[in-house]
Design a protein. Structure first.
Length: 304
């Protein structure tokens, strides 16, 4: 399973650190605004740290007494420390090979691949998918770290965590099913995706200490040559409020569903007071940019 993410992270090009400087600065601003009233910053954990191109490790180590980085792709974490902050290696704890979804623990991807290779009927596939959440409930992850962090950070995880991987597996077998069957299977995959994204938010909350903060950002709308950002319309708007509304409208129409579900769910799980929202363009690569949403605040811990 982690080979999928290893390959994605490995696609990283050498100039990325420089190209993502503006993106990193937006993240630093979001963090600084969120924590402006915090007295003792304590320990922070970053989920989905991966190549650490969006995580300024020196900024984090200056601010927090201890830093923990987690990802399914252990190699990328280690390579990032070696490349960006060998001087900080003693101060940073790395937790690799951790699957936030618990799908590894229920052997989901191997079982799904077997079912697809056997051309299993769509109704049976759907019932397999429907039962996965109840299996996942029997497992837990990162329980040693529960309640340990004053700040829990999620780095663009919602859109990566499950759907993109499962669709890649399913695509190879799609021709074995009618279009109605494909719709039914995709419907169940979406339900499972939404469950996983919300369970991931709950995981972040369990990692946070009583009055802890959650800070998350996610790519929400993709722009490329086929669907460019509507610059003219955007820059003809004069007020900040109308610009934000314009961006929300685009996100509502063409936003990545996993990101929208994750952000909405997290919004409900954070205390209203001093909740922060930010929005910026992430120049992901030369031909792909994303509208990115950042959301942060204190957790409603008792209600999870
Ligand atoms: C878009 S990247 C975030 C950007 C990254 N911080 C960087 O600077 O390169 C998302 C990260 O989430 C990790 N990830 C995706 N699905 C995961 C899962 N199920 N469990 C743990 N990590 C996962 C990926 O390996 C990847 O490093």
């Amino acid at each position: 399973m982690s080979i999928f993410y290893r390959d994605m992270n490995h696609e990283r090009i050498g100039s990325r650190w420089l190209e993502w400087e503006g993106h990193r600065n937006e993240i630093k601003l979001l963090i600084s605004h969120t924590l402006s009233d915090a007295k003792d910053l304590g320990r922070a954990i970053v989920l989905g740290a991966g190549n650490c191109d969006d995580v300024d490790l020196h900024f984090f180590c200056d601010g927090f007494s201890q830093l923990t980085l987690v990802d399914i792709d252990a190699e990328s974490l280690q390579e990032a420390i070696n490349r960006l902050a060998p001087d900080l290696s003693e101060r940073i704890e790395l937790l690799g090979n951790v699957d936030f979804t618990k799908l590894d623990q229920v052997d989901f991807y191997n079982r799904l691949t077997d079912l697809l290779e056997q051309k299993t009927a769509s109704s049976e596939l759907c019932s397999f998918l429907i039962h996965i959440p109840s299996e996942m409930l029997e497992y837990s992850i990162l329980n040693e770290w529960e309640g340990q962090f004053s700040v829990v950070i999620s780095s663009a995880v919602y859109t990566q965590i499950f759907f993109i991987h499962v669709l890649t597996l399913f695509a190879v077998h799609v021709s074995n099913y009618t279009s109605e069957e494909v719709s039914a299977i995709l419907g169940e995959l979406r339900v499972l995706r939404n469950y996983i994204v919300k369970a991931y938010n709950d995981l972040m909350i369990t990692l946070a200490e009583e009055d802890g903060y959650i800070i998350a950002w996610s790519d929400v709308v993709k722009f490329d040559e086929m669907s460019p950002f509507p610059e003219e319309q955007f820059y003809s708007i004069h007020s900040e409020e109308e610009r934000i509304q314009f961006v929300f409208d685009i996100a509502g129409k063409q936003g990545r569903e996993a990101a929208v579900v994750g952000m909405q769910d997290l919004h409900e799980k954070l205390i209203d007071q001093n909740r922060q929202f930010a929005c910026w363009i992430w120049p992901y690569s030369s031909n792909r940019h994303y509208i990115t949403f950042g959301l942060a605040g204190r957790v409603r811990k008792a209600e999870v």
